[in-house]
Design a protein around this ligand. Structure first.
Ligand code: FAD
Length: 330
């Protein structure tokens, strides 16, 4: 059976908040665009309970916001291809991008990468079971749900320490649990944490399991030096042991930072590869939020539209030049 090949002007990869916003703007601009999604639309919104920091909406469930964003994007006419899991992306020498998916091959001169990513997990018993019920990967998102609760923060980098300090706004106490005794976090952040009366530290220690009933109540811990086991009563655990961006799809080299996030031009969201734009959680930037994802995607889509126009004009010009050459025989 031959593989289905479809041509577009813009292909958007991943239907989280960034991809759905790109689809919305592409639809309103009457672009010939398609949004490819491997799973269900909504991205990380589908793993999120309540959202209270999206302007204009006081409080909404992640799944409900995903549904509204998807309908709004589809209403403006951009095709959304579900079950189109992108396997690899090849950049041809003429600049055309070939996107191989589980639903056939797509081609376009412009590509907007919005494949997001996932927080790195601890992979311990109870983590998946209590996700959204005391296990969180986002302090800005979920901190306010833990007023006057003793929380644990796991990790030793900037994110863990910074978020632990942030969580003291709400929590009665924050215990930072780190598997080493040395922290990678910047000294200034460590200073803030060490002088904060609500924060204490447990070092050389890993979380072995997360226990509770309706929600998290206790952590089982193990000291990696002595082997001693202990438990810690907490009402929630925030895990900051890294984030893995989905940035391994393109076969050409796209500039990225040390964490693997795409580096983009801040004016246009274009990456180092002409015609490849990036928006949302795949992009190298200070924070990863729904508001930033939709902002990036707005810029990326408008820039991609302009870029496609230029690209087509360039092609026409070079075809005309080629015709001139052929007619004149030069
Ligand atoms: C538990 C949790 C709670 C959060 N709460 C909040 C909050 O309250 N407020 C807030 O502002 N932010 C919150 N965030 C952060 C927010 O969800 C993200 O910043 C946002 O979803 C990023 O959007 P995105 O479109 O860049 O990526 P994502 O939401 O990650 O979407 C990426 C999409 O790409 C798809 N995809 C990936 N690879 C492929 C492929 N190869 N082929 C096809 N499709 C692919 C995925 O299936 C997914 O649908 C939270 C995050 C988490 C994990």
């Amino acid at each position: 059976m031959s593989m289905q090949v479809r041509d577009f002007d813009i292909v958007i990869v991943g239907a989280g908040p960034a991809g759905l916003t790109a689809a919305l703007y592409a639809g309103r601009n009457k672009e010939h665009a398609v949004l490819l999604e491997g799973k269900a639309p909504g991205g990380q919104l589908l793993n999120t309970e309540l959202i209270e920091d999206y302007p204009g909406i006081a409080s909404i469930l992640g799944v409900d916001l995903a549904e509204i964003m998807t309908k709004q994007a589809a209403d403006f006419g951009t095709e959304i291809a579900y079950g189109a899991d992108v396997q690899s992306i090849h950049v041809r020498p003429d600049g055309m991008k070939e996107i191989e998916t589980t639903a056939g091959l797509y081609r376009a001169p412009a590509l907007i990468l919005t494949a997001g990513g996932n927080p790195r997990k601890l992979d311990v018993p109870g983590e998946a079971e209590f996700a959204g019920r005391g296990v969180s990967y986002c302090a800005v998102c979920d901190g306010a749900f833990f007023k006057e609760v003793h929380l644990a923060v796991v990790g030793g980098g900037d994110a863990a320490v910074e978020e632990a300090v942030f969580l003291t706004r709400y929590a009665s106490k924050v215990t930072i649990i780190h598997r080493r005794d040395h922290f990678r976090a910047q000294p200034i952040l460590m200073e803030q944490a060490r002088t904060n009366p609500k924060i204490d530290f447990i070092t050389d220690t890993v979380v072995e399991s997360i226990e509770g009933d309706a929600s998290v109540q206790r952590l089982e811990l193990r000291n990696v030096v002595t082997g001693a086991q202990s438990s810690l009563d907490v009402g929630g655990i925030f895990i900051f042991v890294g984030f893995i961006p989905n940035t391994k799809l393109v076969d050409a080299h796209v500039d990225h930072d040390a964490g693997g996030y795409y580096v983009t031009n801040p004016m246009t969201m274009m990456t180092s590869v002409p015609g490849i734009f990036a928006a949302g959680d795949v992009r190298s930037q200070l924070t990863r939020q729904i508001t930033t994802a939709v902002g990036d995607a707005t810029t990326a889509t408008i820039a991609a539209s302009k870029w496609v126009e230029e690209w087509k004009r360039g092609r026409e010009d070079s075809e005309a030049e080629l015709e001139d050459v052929m007619v004149s025989g030069a």
